[in-house]
Design a protein around this ligand. Structure first.
Ligand code: ATP
Length: 235
């Protein structure tokens, strides 16, 4: 069964005086974790084809909210969440990965793990072409044969991004992707993300605590505070 499409989801809505198309709509969502209520009657809409930063204090529930939305997508939606995407169109790049120096894969081999529907345990010609395109798109071509364990923090983040892009997502969710990067690498990654978003007509959700990045790159901010969510247009 395909997810239901409501008129609201496919149409346009008014957000603080601007028109935006809505990708995902959440209505009266309450989330409890370990008998603790994180959110109560949450209501918000996420804009399509834009970069939305999800912000809020440590422990407010940013990651939990995203995981809940992904679970709803897995279930083909609940009465609280409507969206016209299938789970397979969404890629989530998690916050922490333990890639040590001895990690046995090259950057290219790691990135190609992102291909779906592997019928054979090797890539077909079309996948090989696409792999090289994704490596070029994420500025990894020159270092693609190097071990991922030897890559810098910024290069590793680009490799995680490239792996996610192999699945041709419509919605990309990154959880604190810049947390361990220096200032120039953070800006490099965000500029790259915005370029990829424009080229691929993607929607990006980016969990971050970084006010400088929010000010410079966010099209919208979804702020979680005091059990509620507020979406504002930035820039
Ligand atoms: N499976 C779980 N069992 C119990 N508590 C949980 C579970 N998952 C999350 N929590 C708790 O829910 C709260 C929200 O966690 P979450 O990771 O979503 O916050 P966050 O806003 O993403 O935090 P941060 O900015 O520090 O990454 C935290 O207090 C966390 O300890």
């Amino acid at each position: 069964m395909h997810p239901q499409i409501s008129a609201d989801v496919c149409g346009f809505c008014i957000l603080k005086g601007t028109h935006m198309s809505t990708l995902l709509k959440v209505t009266n969502l309450t989330i409890e974790v370990a008998h603790r209520r994180l959110f109560e009657n949450l209501n918000f809409e996420l804009p399509a084809n834009a970069l939305t930063c999800i912000t809020g204090e440590n422990g407010v529930g940013k990651t939990t909210l995203v995981k809940h939305l992904l679970r709803d997508l897995d279930l083909n939606y609940t009465s609280h969440t409507t969206c016209h995407l299938k789970r397979s169109q969404v890629q989530y790049v998690p916050q922490l990965r333990n890639i040590d120096d001895d990690y046995p894969l090259s950057i290219r081999s790691f990135v190609q793990l992102g291909f779906k529907y592997h019928f054979w345990p090797w890539l077909n010609q079309a996948m090989k072409v696409k792999l090289e395109q994704v490596l070029a798109e994420t500025n990894l071509t020159k270092i693609a044969n190097q071990p991922l364990g030897h890559a810098s923090g910024g290069e590793k983040q680009r490799a995680y991004l490239a792996q996610a892009l192999c699945a041709d997502p419509s919605l990309l969710i990154l959880d604190e992707a810049t947390a361990s990067l220096d200032r120039s690498s953070k800006h490099e990654l965000l500029k790259l993300l915005k370029q990829i978003m424009a080229d691929r007509n993607l929607t990006i959700l980016f969990i971050t605590h970084d006010p400088e990045l929010i000010a410079a790159y966010a099209d919208y901010e979804l702020n979680l505070d005091n059990h509620t969510a507020t979406v504002t247009k930035k820039g």
